[in-house]
Structures are given as structure tokens and as C-alpha cells.
Design a protein around this ligand. Structure first.
Ligand SMILES: *Cc1c(COP(=O)(O)O)cnc(C)c1O
Length: 410
């Protein structure tokens, strides 16, 4: 990803952070200048201001800034472990259901909280966790009598900015007494039936990594929750585990949101809806202009798409997708060749993700469980290609991406 690079005429990067900065320069410069004058670098006023503004935006009682999205996930899980049974960490025979088709941090956070990830295959139409497969695993687990392991939670990921079916996930969680932690790293501003993502589970963990839909100028993250007790625990955990320095109750972290990052996020927050709309319009332009290209399958909700084996030809998805990525499937084993061809023409593209989590060494050797074989996740890894979806990309640039893809298949 060529972040922050100026766009040469011929080069189309995944994302052009310099272009975005220039579009909001006055707001950001003013915010940074304010920090330079007050010099309150640790939990300065901007942290609280950003947390309050994010809380209003998401309509949740508490937003707690964190040092990254990864730490936000770990903090959320640790707070749940403490709240549920007063234990600092989960035990290895406590399982948390998640998707193998995500960034490593999702599964890694489960390990760091002491629990065992259970990988459930994805729905090929949405790339998100297949809730029916999760249900099958839970029902099978309930029938095995002398089973030590028990499932305690589910961690859905709104991949590429696309909302998971939160009705079915919440219903399943209720039936089986599970907590829900949403990984909202890729979906700030996204919604499920009018409610903002990250406000539908017990906790929502956000990342403000620079390339995310709301991005800081470095690492940053946040946990959202409506639960007062979890919020109090989260606030302790992120600063060494105590109410104050000499009153330490839990095994904590130094995982605070940086003041300077909070200032930048506060300045950028007012642009996020407009920028998400821009992403949706680029997605529509891509889908509209690529729909008749043989050899690829489009994200199914932008326009009805070509049939792919195992994918229903039309899947209804409610509004609320924020297109963190615009991701195609390239069929017939041509993905890597298409990526090389785009590269030669000066067009960046990325593979999110080339390797599913269950194939990584860290999840080997009893550190994770596969609910079943995971063919859909593995197929996705071999087919997906994400195109540039810089919010400030203009129609002409999007048109160039389209024409290069068309010429590859001609
Ligand atoms: C980016 C990301 C994270 C981690 O966020 P960081 O801020 O980079 O630590 C977690 N999960 C998903 C799905 C992500 O895309």
C-alpha cells in the first residue's frame, strides 16, 4: 500500500493519504497546533473529546480510546473475562468463535486473552462468518457430553466494511449464552439496520490505523460498549490495571489512546460520512463498469453479479456497507496474473488475505480449533483481489482501473 505518496499521473495507489490530508488540512493543522500549545500528551483533553464525539456518533454509552485496534480487541476480551468470572484471563478450554478469513490480530487477540479460537468457515457471498456453520458447531458441541471445552463468545468481523448479519449473530449468542465482540476495524461508520456497527455487541473494537476508514496519523484504536462495568474495567486495563497508579487490581497494559492521535481523529471524524459515501460511489462505479467482464465476480451487494459456484446469484444486503475494500474474486486461477498486469500499468492492488488464520503457525498445535474443513475461506484466499478505493479517487481514475482490467480479459 503506497500510503502518503503523491499520486503521479500514471500511478494509482491503493490509498493516497497525502491527498486526504490536503483536503482537510486546516482542520488537522488547527487540532495539532492546539496540542502543541497545551502539551498534555498523555490523556489530554482531546482524548475525552474524541471519546464523547465517537460515543454520540455510534450512539453508545462509552467509547474508550486505545493505542491500536489490536489492543482494543485484547482489552475487550480481557474485560469480559474479568467481568464474567473474575478471572484475569480465559482458560484454553474456553473457546471463542471467529472467522479464519481476517487479519491475524483478530485470532491473536483471542490467544492473548487466554482463550482458544474456533474457526468457522465464511459465507462465500459475503466473505463474513457463516452463522449457520457457527450454529452447527455449537449444536454439535452441546451434544458431546464429556467435553471439557465450552464456547463462551463469538467475535464476528465486518470484513471489508460489510456488516455481518447481526440479527442472526445476536440471536445465536442469546440462545447459547455467548458474549459478542464485534471487530469493527474495517467498518467505522458502517451500520446494520440503522444502528452503527460496534454498538450491537457487548463490545465493539475499532482500529484507527492510518489506512482504515477513519485513520489516525499512527496507531490508534477504541472500544465501544453500553456496559458500565465493562467500561470501568477497560479504563483500568488500558492504564496498568488500576483506578490509579498505586491502586492496581488487574494485570494491565499501557494501551492508552495518544492525545495527538485523538486530536487528528476528532478533526477527521466530521468527514467520515462523506468519505464513506465516496467509497460507496466508487464501488458502484466499479461494479457498474465491470459487471459484464467474464472471469471475475464482483462484491455481490453493489450490483447483482455473475453466478459463482456456491454463491447465490442475488443476496440481499441492507445498506450500511462502507467499502473499506472493494474486493473482487478473480476466477480460473488468474488472480496473480491480473495483479501483475495492473502493477505493470501503474495500478496498485492488494490481496486481503492470502493466508487463512488456520494455516498460520501461531494457531497450530492445539492453539485453535477448526469447526469443520474451511474450504470457502481457503478458496477466497486464492481468488480475492482488492482494488484502489481511495475516497478522493476521481471517475477518470476509476475508469482507468476498469479499462486496464477489461483489457487484461480481452
Ligand atoms: C486493522 C485490523 C485490526 C488491527 O488493528 P490495528 O490498529 O492495526 O492494531 C484488527 N482486525 C482487523 C479485521 C483489521 O483489519
Amino acid at each position: 500500500m503506497s500510503m502518503g505518496k503523491d499520486t503521479a499521473d500514471t500511478h494509482i495507489p491503493m490509498l493516497d493519504l497525502g491527498r486526504e490530508y490536503r483536503a482537510m488540512k486546516d482542520d488537522i493543522d488547527r487540532a495539532v497546533q492546539r496540542c502543541l500549545s497545551h502539551q498534555q500528551w498523555i490523556l489530554g483533553p482531546e482524548v475525552q473529546e474524541f471519546e464523547a464525539a465517537a460515543g454520540r456518533y455510534l450512539d453508545v454509552r462509552h467509547c474508550i480510546g486505545a493505542s491500536s485496534g489490536t489492543e482494543a480487541l485484547v482489552l475487550a476480551l480481557r474485560a469480559l473475562a474479568i467481568k464474567r468470572e473474575g478471572r484475569e484471563y480465559f482458560s484454553r478450554d474456553e473457546q471463542i468463535i471467529t472467522t479464519p478469513f481476517t487479519f491475524t490480530a483478530t485470532g491473536d487477540a483471542i490467544l492473548r486473552a487466554g482463550a482458544t479460537p474456533v474457526f468457522v468457515d465464511i459465507d462465500p457471498a459475503t466473505f463474513n462468518i457463516d452463522v449457520e456453520k457457527a450454529r452447527e458447531y455449537l449444536e454439535r458441541a452441546a451434544m458431546e457430553k464429556d467435553r471439557h471445552a465450552r464456547v463462551v463468545g463469538i467475535l464476528p468481523v465486518h470484513l471489508y466494511g460489510r456488516p455481518c448479519d447481526m440479527d442472526r449473530i445476536r440471536q445465536l449468542a442469546e440462545e447459547h449464552g455467548l458474549f459478542v465482540v464485534e471487530d469493527v476495524a474495517q467498518a467505522f461508520g458502517g451500520a446494520w439496520k440503522g444502528r452503527k456497527l460496534g454498538s450491537l455487541g457487548h463490545c465493539g473494537a475499532f482500529s484507527f490505523f492510518p489506512s482504515k476508514n477513519l485513520g489516525a496519523f499512527g496507531d490508534a484504536g477504541m472500544v465501544a460498549t453500553d456496559d458500565d462495568e465493562l467500561a470501568a474495567l477497560l479504563r483500568m486495563l488500558l492504564k496498568h490495571g488500576g483506578k490509579d497508579k498505586y491502586n492496581v487490581e488487574h494485570i494491565g497494559y499501557n494501551a492508552r489512546l495518544d492525545t495527538l492521535q485523538a486530536a487528528v481523529l476528532l478533526a477527521k471524524l466530521k468527514y467520515v460520512d462523506e468519505f464513506n459515501d465516496r467509497r460507496r460511489r466508487i464501488a458502484e462505479a466499479y461494479s457498474d463498469q465491470l459487471r459484464d467482464v467474464r472471469g471475475i465476480a464482483l462484491p455481490v451487494d453493489a450490483v447483482p453479479c455473475r453466478a459463482v459456484q456456491g454463491v447465490p446469484s442475488h443476496v440481499h444486503v441492507p445498506a450500511g456497507h462502507v467499502f473499506h475494500q472493494y474486493t473482487l474474486r478473480v476466477l480460473d486461477g488468474k488472480r496473480d496474473a491480473l495483479q501483475r498486469f495492473l502493477q505493470e500499468q501503474g495500478i496498485a492492488s492488494m490481496i486481503y488475505y492470502p493466508v487463512p488464520l488456520h494455516k498460520m503457525k501461531v494457531f497450530d498445535g492445539g492453539m485453535s480449533v477448526a469447526a469443520s474443513s474451511l474450504p470457502q475461506a481457503e478458496t477466497a484466499c486464492s481468488q480475492v483481489l482488492s482494488l484502489p478505493i481511495e475516497p478522493l479517487l476521481d471517475q477518470q481514475e476509476a475508469g482507468r482501473v476498469v479499462s486496464v482490467i477489461r483489457s487484461f480479459f480481452d
